[in-house]
Design a protein around this ligand. Sequence first.
Ligand SMILES: NC(=O)c1ccc[n+]([C@@H]2O[C@H](COP(=O)([O-])OP(=O)(O)OC[C@H]3O[C@@H](n4cnc5c(N)ncnc54)[C@H](O)[C@@H]3O)[C@@H](O)[C@H]2O)c1
Length: 271
Amino acid sequence: MKVALVGCGAIGSVLARAMAEHRVEAELVSVFDLSREKAAGLASLFEKKPALASSLEEVLSSDAELVIEAASVRAARELLIPALRSGRDVLLLSVGALADVEFLRQVEGTAAEHRRKVHIPSGAIGALDALKSAREAELEEVRLVTTKPPSALEGAPYLAQRGISLAGLRERRVVFSGSALEAIAGFPANVNVAVAVSLAGVGVERTKVEIVADPHARRNVHEVFARGSFGELHLRVENLPSPGNPKTSHLAALSAIATLRRLSTPLQVGT
Ligand SMILES: NC(=O)c1ccc[n+]([C@@H]2O[C@H](COP(=O)([O-])OP(=O)(O)OC[C@H]3O[C@@H](n4cnc5c(N)ncnc54)[C@H](O)[C@@H]3O)[C@@H](O)[C@H]2O)c1
């Protein structure tokens, strides 16, 4: 499978290494980053060098069958529709781009019209397979609880607008409780996980989100609670940061590799 990579940061680097070391069956033919230096650095890992693109348009004129987006929500919004229209599938990391329901519908419509697919890795969370199964019957409640050290939440628009400071916090405190839709606006750093859980389960309006600041937390912890006619589910993941970006969980980069592997292997495990 020929692939193009947009975004050569923490996730893009882990993915490129997996391809350069032939740990996944994918040939990188085009690579793009706003920082040409970063793109050139990743290209240099390959024996057969991918082309260094200077724009998204150039990426879309390559012979890649799949475009991997590992850049930003903005890049994802610019890339998705043109990539699908040009006959390419997309592996999307900045899933927050799909928080906008109108844009989500456009993406679904374009993908269906051009018979293309948008692959969304589980990222920093899990349990998406079970949520997808559970929603085939009654899925009554889905709740995402994210616990982070106060420093990781400081500056979130929701807290800034209310003049809430977490400096000197001694005990864990629930700083937000509401829908995923509200959480996405108030805590953009949490957007990818909230949108992924919503898409797999009951949507951004019905998914409940709690955000907890815990001065004793050393890791970002995500928990998913779900209840329905299937029974009950509780998933807890304690994420270690990615070596290249402390804001990104290592699991997110690994989930991108796993998705690429799924696309090139005959056995499809998981719903
Ligand atoms: N799905 C998940 O669970 C999950 C988890 C972590 C991160 N993410 C998302 O994945 C994306 C990448 O994360 P990361 O940790 O690798 O980020 P990063 O900041 O380490 O790297 C992003 C790279 O993309 C480049 N870039 C930014 N905008 C660009 C554009 N318009 N065109 C080309 N290049 C551009 C930057 O120069 C940078 O090198 C982010 O949007 C992040 O929010 C998703």
